[in-house]
Design a protein around this ligand. Structure first.
Ligand code: UTP
Length: 286
């Protein structure tokens, strides 16, 4: 059973400046929920109850969001607004812990802070920028592969070749429903890339990774890269890649964020039909 999830949220979010100057990009809303809540709910759906956020400067709003809000709850109760109460009360059974990454030195460095929390157990890592259609659970597919293999599993997606330099890229051999990873490279030039199979922000890691994260020198972009630690791990064990089946949105940059909101609005029972009517009218006037 995998019971723990690690959510690194200490990045600077520079692609969203100035919005992220003093508040976290993870709190930007997709309709009425912040991005980070979709990540927590995704993990909750596969039975995860213990969450560690690796936080940084200006990230206090995330802690407040998952905290109990007694005063607000009392007000909603006495006003009879029970549906709203339910909406803010849905994390009662979950445990949240927070640790500050001292400096944003990179994703690999952030994950290293999770070592005491995971306590020798496998764990899920979710990068909340990658929002995955909630109707599909990539985590349950990945956990199923983990249960068969007891090894690291990473989520993959085929991306356009012109985008490979934005991702960690893998080379691998397809076996049944997964890939056996043979190599990993962080943000390669298109001409140097071994494939267009990109690493997406869902991982099942084992505590073996900490040994390598602790040894890493800064890699691509001067940051300590998780991809580099995974490459070192390959000398010791198999790593499995799994192509996600659902739709993934990159909410970590402006256009991707906008597309995410559109897709969610088109599926929202409250606003979908009005939103469609608005879009149709707007498009004819483009
Ligand atoms: P990104 O590459 O998206 O970087 O990080 P970023 O800082 O969040 O955003 P930009 O590129 O400046 O706009 C991938 C994930 O790794 C976390 C981020 O919070 C995000 O979830 N991260 C990154 C850390 O926790 N610490 C770091 O030092 C770097």
């Amino acid at each position: 059973m995998i019971k723990k999830a690690v959510l690194p949220v200490a990045g600077l979010g520079t692609r969203f400046l100035p919005a992220t100057k003093a508040s976290p990009k993870e709190m930007l809303p997709i309709l009425d929920k912040p991005i980070i809540q979709y990540a927590v709910e995704e993990a909750q759906r596969v039975g995860i109850e213990d969450f560690l956020f690796i936080t940084g400067k200006h990230k206090r709003a995330i802690e407040d969001h998952f905290d109990k809000a007694y005063e607000l709850e009392e007000r909603l109760k006495s006003a009879g607004k029970l549906q709203l109460l339910e909406k803010i009360n849905c994390f009662e059974n979950l445990n949240f812990a927070y640790i500050r990454q001292k400096q944003p030195k990179g994703l690999g460095d952030a994950i290293l802070y999770a070592k005491p929390f995971v306590n020798n157990e496998p764990f899920v890592v979710i990068l909340s920028d990658d929002v995955i259609d909630p109707e599909y659970s990539v985590l349950s597919d990945m956990i199923e592969i983990y249960n068969r293999t007891h090894s690291t599993v990473i989520a993959l997606e085929e991306v356009p070749w012109s985008d490979v330099s934005r991702y960690g890229i893998v080379a691998g051999k397809k076996v049944e429903d997964y890939y056996l990873i043979e190599d990993l490279i962080e943000k390669p030039e298109q001409s140097q890339s071994p494939s267009n199979l990109a690493i997406i922000g869902r991982y099942i890691l084992t505590p073996q990774i900490f040994k390598y994260l602790g040894k890493l020198e800064p890699g691509k972009g001067g940051e300590i890269q998780l991809t580099d630690a995974l490459k070192m791990l390959l000398n010791e064990t198999q790593i499995y890649g799994y192509i996600i089946k659902g739709k993934r949105y990159d909410a970590g940059e402006k256009l991707g964020y906008l597309k995410t909101i559109f897709e969610f609005a088109l599926k929202d029972s409250e606003i979908a039909s009005d939103f469609k009517a608005f879009l149709k009218e707007r498009i004819t006037n483009l």
